[in-house]
Design a protein around this ligand. Structure first.
Ligand code: CMC
Length: 365
C-alpha cells in the first residue's frame, strides 16, 4: 500500500476543464478566464460559461437569462413544507430539504441524460435564491416576496430577501459575490458531489451531497463563523486578545488559511474592494476597518510566532460584505451555495460525460 496522504493533500484525483488554480501565484480561472475579469460580467454569463464551457454570445445570454428569470418561482407546496418544518436558524438544513422537495416535483428528476440535466440546471440555478429568501422571510414571519423578472440574479435575491430594491452598488456586490463563489475546482463539496455523480445517481442527489459538505465550518460554514467572530470581537481593542486566546487554545480563526493558496486568495482581494465600495456608500466603515485590522493582526501573529504568513480566504471578506448588507449570519452558507450551484452542476456534467466510479482505498491498520 502506498503512502496515505491525510486529507488527500496534494493528491490529483481527476482531469478537469472547469477551473485552474495556481496556489503559489494566487491565480484562479474559470474555463481559462481570470476571475478578476469574470467578476465584471453578469452571474448568468458566468453560469453559462461554467455549464457550457464557453462564454455566451449576446443571443445565448439573452435566452439563458430569460429562461432563468422564468424559472425563479417555487412550488406552493414547497413553501408549505418550509413553513411547516422548524429549521430554527439552520438555513442549510432548509435548503437541503427544499432541494429534495424540488426533486420530488421535477419530471426529469431521475433522468441523467445531458438534455435532462441542462433542463434541471436552469431550474436549480434559478430557484436557489428564491428558496433562501423564502426561508428567511417565513422564518421571520414575513410575507414571501415574489421574484422580479426585471432584476438580475443578485439584485433579485436582495429584493426577495428584504422586500425592497437594493441600491446599484449593493446589487453589484451581490452579483459579484455569486460569481466569486461559483466555482473552485475540487473543494470538499465539489469532490463529494462528483463522487455521488460517479455512482450515476441523479443531479438533485449530487447537489444535496454538495450542500451537506459545504455546511461544515472548515468549508462554506466558515463564512458564518467569520460573521459571528466579527460580532464577538466588536471593536479594535479586542482583536489581539481574541486571536491570541484562540491560537493558544489551538482553535481556528475563521476565514483564514487555505489548503491550496499559499498566498492571498485572489477572490478575497476582489471581495475586499467590493466591501470597501459598499462601506463608502453606506458612510460606515466599521466592519471594513475591523476586518482590515484582523487581517493585519493575523499576518503579524503568524509571521512572528510561526515564521510563515497567513492570508484571508474567500470566506473572510464575503462575511464582512454580508454584515454590511445587513444579512444575518445564519444565511451565509446558503448564500454561498446560491453562487456555487453553477460550478457544482458543471462538475456533475463533466463527471457524467466521462465517468468512472470514484472509489479510493483505505490502509487497514
Ligand atoms: N486559524 C489558525 N490556524 C490555522 C488556520 C486558521 N484559520 N489555518 C491554518 N492554520 C494553521 C494550522 O493550525 C496548522 O498549524 P500547525 O502546522 O502548527 O498544526 C497550519 O496552519 C496548517 O493548517 P492545516 O489545517 O494543516 O491546513 P489545511 O490545508 O488542512 O486546512 C483550512 C485548510 C482552510 C481547513 C484551514 O486553513 C482552516 O481551518 N481555516 C479556517 C476555516 C476556514 O476559513 N475555512 C474556509 C476555507 S476556504 C473556502 C471554503 O472552502 O469554503
Amino acid at each position: 500500500m502506498k503512502e496515505v496522504k491525510k486529507g488527500l493533500e496534494g493528491v490529483v484525483a481527476l482531469d478537469s476543464q472547469i477551473s485552474f488554480i495556481d496556489g503559489v501565484k494566487g491565480i484562479l480561472k474559470y474555463r481559462g478566464i481570470e476571475i478578476e475579469k469574470l467578476s465584471d460580467l453578469s452571474y448568468d454569463a458566468v453560469s453559462f460559461l461554467l455549464i457550457h464551457g464557453k462564454l455566451p454570445n449576446a443571443e445565448e445570454l439573452e435566452n439563458y437569462s430569460l429562461e432563468l428569470r422564468n424559472e425563479r418561482r417555487i412550488n406552493r407546496r414547497l413553501l408549505d413544507i418550509l413553513n411547516f418544518c422548524d429549521f430554527e436558524n439552520e438555513s442549510m438544513d432548509a435548503l437541503r430539504t427544499a432541494i429534495s422537495v424540488c426533486a420530488h416535483f421535477d419530471e426529469d428528476s431521475h433522468n441523467i441524460s445531458k438534455e435532462a440535466n441542462i433542463r434541471k440546471t436552469t431550474r436549480l440555478v434559478a430557484r436557489f435564491p428564491t428558496i433562501v429568501a423564502a426561508f428567511y422571510r417565513l422564518a421571520n414571519g414575513m410575507e414571501i416576496v415574489d421574484p422580479d423578472p426585471s432584476l438580475a440574479h443578485g439584485a433579485n435575491f436582495l429584493y426577495m430577501l428584504r422586500g425592497k430594491r437594493p441600491t446599484e452598488i449593493e446589487a453589484e456586490a451581490m452579483e459579484k459575490d455569486f460569481i466569486l463563489s461559483a466555482e473552485h475546482e475540487l473543494n470538499p463539496s465539489t469532490f463529494a458531489l462528483r463522487i455521488t455523480a460517479s455512482t450515476l445517481s441523479d443531479l438533485h442527489s449530487a447537489i444535496i451531497s454538495g450542500l451537506c459538505t459545504l455546511k461544515g465550518p472548515l468549508h462554506g460554514g466558515a463564512r458564518k463563523g467569520v460573521m459571528e467572530m466579527l460580532d464577538e470581537i466588536g471593536s479594535k481593542d479586542n482583536i489581539k486578545p481574541y486571536i491570541q486566546e484562540r491560537l493558544e487554545k489551538k482553535q481556528r480563526i475563521m476565514g483564514f488559511g487555505h489548503r491550496v493558496y499559499k498566498t492571498y486568495d485572489p477572490r478575497a482581494l476582489v471581495y475586499k474592494e467590493i466591501v470597501r465600495k459598499v462601506a463608502v456608500e453606506k458612510g460606515d466603515s466599521h466592519w471594513f476597518d475591523l476586518a482590515e485590522q484582523i487581517e493585519s493582526t493575523m499576518y503579524q501573529e503568524f509571521v512572528e510566532n510561526r515564521n510563515k504568513p497567513i492570508y484571508p480566504n474567500i470566506d473572510f471578506y464575503s462575511g464582512v460584505l454580508y454584515k454590511d448588507l445587513g444579512i444575518p449570519s445564519y444565511l451565509a452558507t446558503s448564500i454561498f451555495a446560491i453562487g456555487r450551484v453553477s460550478g457544482w452542476i458543471a462538475h456533475c456534467l463533466e463527471q457524467y460525460a466521462d465517468n468512472r466510479v470514484i472509489r479510493p482505498r483505505a490502509h487497514f491498520v
